[in-house]
Design a protein around this ligand. Structure first.
Ligand SMILES: Cc1cc2nc3c(=O)[nH]c(=O)nc-3n(C[C@H](O)[C@H](O)[C@H](O)COP(=O)(O)OP(=O)(O)OC[C@H]3O[C@@H](n4cnc5c(N)ncnc54)[C@H](O)[C@@H]3O)c2cc1C
Length: 378
């Protein structure tokens, strides 16, 4: 396929969801990746689908709040519903079970300020179906392994976890079923001239009519070749998996880190945030930090053997919102990136939204605050 209608570059969760939706809408799609699908953050993420608690990135003010910032609420809530509505069909059609399961969260309350915030947030969460309650009575039995080093806990029901690698495999399988072609292709040269778009490396050349760049934190490596810089940077995250306790952990514990026992039976501890860098080295500093913060929540975790230590990169925007839309006047070159710390959660929605925009040839999104235009700085 040397001249396909649309090439999607990058088979992470955004590229997979985009390819799937484009092909469902009748486009002939070639998906390419320098490695295998979900070889980067999309296959290594914690896999938490949580539209109510705040998350990584964003301004200091937003990052310090326990609840979702207002600008993320609509996108995150709709994205969460898409996961709830789609997961059975996706698993059935791909025949790949991606461990979709609801795990109650216990949010650790560290300060009076957090308690005040939670008292305000809980009625809103309850109204949205995330049945939550504050537990300040130390005698109320939750899990005796949890340290008393806090002023209370909030029990939040309804948050979902999945295995992000299996989820992407499932998306990839449905892409194949719906006719998406896949090629291993490391795009080293990208150009857009009056003769059209060219995607190259030393062995191949492809000339598609349109292209969607969904290369996550590597977005600028391609767009800068056509003179466009976008404020998307790699926010490095390290995670650990440790052996489980004899008694399973039934809650996702969320404080300064997350601790969660997933269906692989391991305890996942995540995640660090370190400077904008592509350095993929696993660091002892991150390992020590994760174990230290986890042991503030469950002291005895310090004895559990580490079985895995991973590194991956969030495609981070300054406002922690995705970045989608066209970047050239002819609307032939599109971006689907900026998943930040919530790319798995937002993936179905981003794939649908960019497909709608491409189909209508519009740069106007249904969601405010996600247009890539806001991040182009030259
Ligand atoms: C530690 C950690 C934990 C996380 N936990 C969660 C979570 O619990 N819930 C959640 O919703 N999100 C989570 N995320 C965020 C989520 O993982 C990311 O937002 C999402 O995976 C980004 O997807 P992507 O498709 O944009 O990018 P990526 O997954 O990075 O995919 C980009 C793809 O592009 C390919 N590529 C790059 N350059 C080229 C090129 N030149 N030619 C060809 N191919 C190329 C790469 O090989 C890669 O496959 C987490 C992230 C981290 C780092």
């Amino acid at each position: 396929m040397n001249n396909p209608e649309i090439v999607v570059i990058g088979a992470g969760v955004f590229g997979l969801s985009t390819s799937y939706n484009l092909s469902l809408n009748g486009y002939e799609v070639l998906l390419i990746d320098k490695s295998f699908p979900a070889s980067e953050a999309s296959g290594k993420a914690m896999g938490r689908l949580d539209p109510i608690l705040g998350g990584v990135g964003s301004t200091l003010e937003k990052a310090n709040s326990l609840g979702r910032p207002d600008d993320q609420k609509e996108l995150s809530e709709e994205s969460f519903k898409l996961h709830l509505n789609n997961h059975k069909d996706l698993i059935k059609s791909s025949m790949i079970d991606y461990d979709f399961q609801s795990i109650p969260t216990l949010q650790i309350i560290h300060s009076e300020n957090e308690l005040t915030q939670l008292i305000d947030l809980i009625p809103e969460w309850n109204q949205k179906g995330f049945n939550s309650k504050i537990i300040t009575d130390q005698n109320e039995f939750i899990d005796s392994r949890i340290s008393n080093n806090h002023i209370g806990l909030v029990l939040i029901n309804g948050v979902v976890f999945l295995d992000s690698f299996k989820f992407c495999q499932s998306l990839f399988k449905t892409c194949e079923i719906s006719g998406v072609k896949f090629e291993n292709f490391d795009v080293t040269t990208f150009s857009n001239t009056k003769n059209g778009i060219e995607i190259r490396n030393k062995d191949h050349i492809i000339r598609p009519k349109k292209v969607v760049i969904s290369t996550g934190p590597w977005t600028n490596f391609l767009t800068e070749q056509i003179g466009v810089s976008i404020d998307i940077k790699p926010l490095k995250g390290e995670m650990l998996k440790v052996e489980p306790f004899n008694e399973p952990l039934e809650f996702h514990l969320h404080g300064k880190v997350s601790i969660c026992q997933k269906l692989d039976n391991l305890l996942w501890i995540g995640a660090t945030k370190s400077n904008y860098t592509f350095n993929s080295k696993k660091t002892k500093t991150a390992q020590d930090e994760l174990i230290h913060l986890a042991s503030e929540i469950i002291p005895e975790i310090i004895n559990n053997k580490i079985v895995d230590h991973s590194v991956c990169f969030r495609p981070m925007t300054p406002d922690a919102m995705p970045a989608i839309g066209p970047i050239d006047a002819g609307k032939n070159i599109w971006i689907a990136s900026g998943g930040g710390g919530w790319g798995i959660l937002h993936s179905f929605n981003i794939g649908q939204e960019i497909t709608r925009m491409i189909k209508k040839n519009t740069d106007i999104s249904r969601f405010s605050g996600i247009n890539v235009k806001r991040l182009i700085y030259n």
